[in-house]
Design a protein around this ligand. Structure first.
Ligand SMILES: Nc1ncnc2c1ncn2[C@@H]1O[C@H](COP(=O)(O)OP(=O)(O)OP(=O)(O)O)[C@@H](O)[C@H]1O
Ligand SMILES: [Mg+2]
Length: 243
């Protein structure tokens, strides 16, 4: 699903969080959103999740134009967007496995097939041995991988990650980035990630959009230009299930 922001602005009362934001992200792209605290990065992600309504401009994701008001349309699109936040947002009285299962419940995934799928993502993020633990019993890295597994289990076309390494030590940060890179390459999943970590940004050679004061001040493409045809590479999918 292509993402298009066209002349998007957002005011919170007198606060101008975004002004005249224009960018497009193709399916399968990996994009960093960077910029100082308060620049408007999270606001952009929240608009994509329909948690924040733009004050002006147009947002289109796939076939959906966000100016329309139908709730069912957003519910459908949300099934294709996985989210990872810095504070994980896991349910404290549910185990790792149950937290992941909840994401499938929300999209009415048949519970018979859910078991296999949960198994797959647990293996993918290396948490099979922690499946029966509750969030309070997990380390920071394990919490973050649970959040990633929960985002992945719905096999989303887009993953939005808001400072996903913010609470992680360097080793766990790199592990998470490695996983995101794998998912991006194997599944052709679009990844949009905000971060303040320039070591990560510099090591990946991906497109970098810089936001300052609610405006895009730089939009630098990845330095490796893809081959002429941008046909998706036919690789084995990590997760395979029908929507
Ligand atoms: N619900 C809200 N009500 C009022 N102001 C808000 C609201 N949400 C965001 N803002 C303001 O909009 C601006 C952009 O916030 P945003 O969270 O998008 O920044 P950010 O780039 O994600 O910053 P950080 O790097 O610190 O996470 C900030 O000045 C913030 O105070
Ligand atoms: Mg933020």
């Amino acid at each position: 699903m292509k993402i298009v922001f066209s002349k998007v602005s957002k005011h919170f009362g007198p606060i101008i969080a975004l002004k005249d934001i224009n960018f497009e992200v193709e399916q399968g792209d990996f994009v960093f959103l960077v910029g100082p605290s308060g620049a408007g990065k999270s606001t952009i992600l929240k608009i994509m999740l329909n948690q924040v309504k733009p004050s002006a401009g147009e947002v289109i994701i796939g076939e959906t134009n966000y100016t329309q008001k139908k709730r069912s349309v957003f519910e459908k699109i949300r099934k294709n967007i996985g989210v990872i936040f810095q504070d994980y947002q896991l349910i404290p009285d549910k185990t790792v496995e149950e937290n992941i299962a909840l994401a499938l419940d929300i999209i009415n995934y048949p519970s018979k097939q859910a078991k296999n799928l949960i198994e797959e993502v647990l293996t993918q993020v290396g948490l099979q041995h922690r499946r029966y633990l509750f969030p309070a019993q997990l380390s920071g890295g394990e919490l973050q991988r649970t959040a990633l597994a929960r985002a992945l289990v719905i096999n989303p076309q887009i993953i939005l990650a808001d400072e996903p390494t913010g609470n992680l030590d360097p080793e766990n940060s790199w592990n998470l980035i490695k996983l995101l890179k794998e998912i991006n390459q194997a599944n052709h999943t679009t990844i949009i990630m905000t971060t303040h970590n320039y070591d990560i940004i510099n090591s990946l050679n991906k497109r970098i959009i810089t936001i300052e004061n609610g405006t895009i001040t730089k939009d630098e493409p990845s330095k490796t230009t893809p081959t002429a045809s941008s046909e998706p590479v036919k690789k084995k999918k990590i997760i395979k299930h029908k929507k």
